[in-house]
Design a protein around this ligand. Structure first.
Ligand SMILES: [Zn+2]
Ligand SMILES: [Zn+2]
Ligand SMILES: [Zn+2]
Length: 256
């Protein structure tokens, strides 16, 4: 083993239950059917790395008991992936410094609009202090001893990032992955991939497409994330999947 992923959230942008929805999944009593917005904690080569920080970020961290981390990696700037970034104020308070955020240029530009008050000069005391690190697809970078490869994936027409951290591949909000990127994920033992619906969706893999992409990558084990209530309950979804693929659920920990 060289690392561990803890799923902090495995739900699509609305979360499950979706507000006001009376469906079988949203009213399920199985705790695995309760899904916060998609985020993960990866402990790898001595680093503690969070991927995405959506609107449930604070509650997710309270659930793990961790009080800080070494960095947040962002996949893209949709609200279900950045909406909780203001919470790094707590990290700032205890670390007494800016908190490292790694993202592409267009994501940083979005953060400068959404969290405009964090970028004001002179700094407003108490505003979140983001230490911005610009990254580029296919250019490896390191956090401490942990080497990370950002890999281009498409989310509808939006180019976003997946990540390769050693033997872990992490893909969320994908709707298309090029052959080059498939190759960059090959060799991972654990693959996380998003599957949102059963029917075609303009900016997300439906289940069949996620399984097809996972098959081309060929990991030993695959975990589905960014799941919506349209995929059915955890129990029924699990029954429909091949043995090497499981739905992730909030709190699940997997070694890789
Ligand atoms: Zn999303
Ligand atoms: Zn529902
Ligand atoms: Zn998105």
């Amino acid at each position: 083993m060289n690392g561990k992923i803890t799923f902090l959230g495995t739900g699509t942008s609305s979360g499950i239950p979706m507000l006001g929805c009376p469906c079988e999944v949203c009213t399920s009593s199985d705790p695995r059917d309760r899904r916060l917005r998609t985020s993960a904690l990866v402990e790898y080569s001595g680093a503690r790395i969070i991927i995405d920080a959506g609107p449930d970020f604070r509650e997710q961290l309270l659930g793990t008991g961790i009080t800080t981390a070494d960095a947040i990696l962002l996949t893209h700037a949709h609200m279900d992936h950045i909406g909780g970034l203001d919470e790094v104020r707590s990290f700032n308070y205890f670390l007494k410094k800016g908190f490292p955020i790694y993202c592409e240029k267009n994501v940083e530009e979005a953060l400068r609009k959404v969290f405009y008050y964090a970028f004001d000069e002179p700094r407003y005391p108490g505003a979140p202090d983001f230490e911005m690190h610009r990254i580029t697809a296919s250019e490896k970078f390191s956090i401490g001893d942990a080497e990370i490869m950002p890999i281009r994936i498409m989310h509808g027409r939006l180019p976003i990032l997946g990540y390769r951290l050693g033997a872990l591949g992490y893909i969320t909000d994908a709707s298309f992955i090029s052959e080059d990127s498939i190759r960059a994920f090959r060799g991972c033992s654990v693959l996380v991939i998003s599957a949102v619906t059963l029917k075609p969706h303009p900016s997300h893999f439906r289940l069949e497409e996620a399984l097809e992409a996972a098959g081309r990558i060929g990991p030993q084990r695959c975990y589905l994330t960014h799941i919506s209530h349209r995929l059915g309950t955890y129990a029924s979804l699990t029954r429909s999947l091949p043995e090497w693929v499981r739905p992730a659920y909030d709190g699940l920990e997997i070694e890789f």
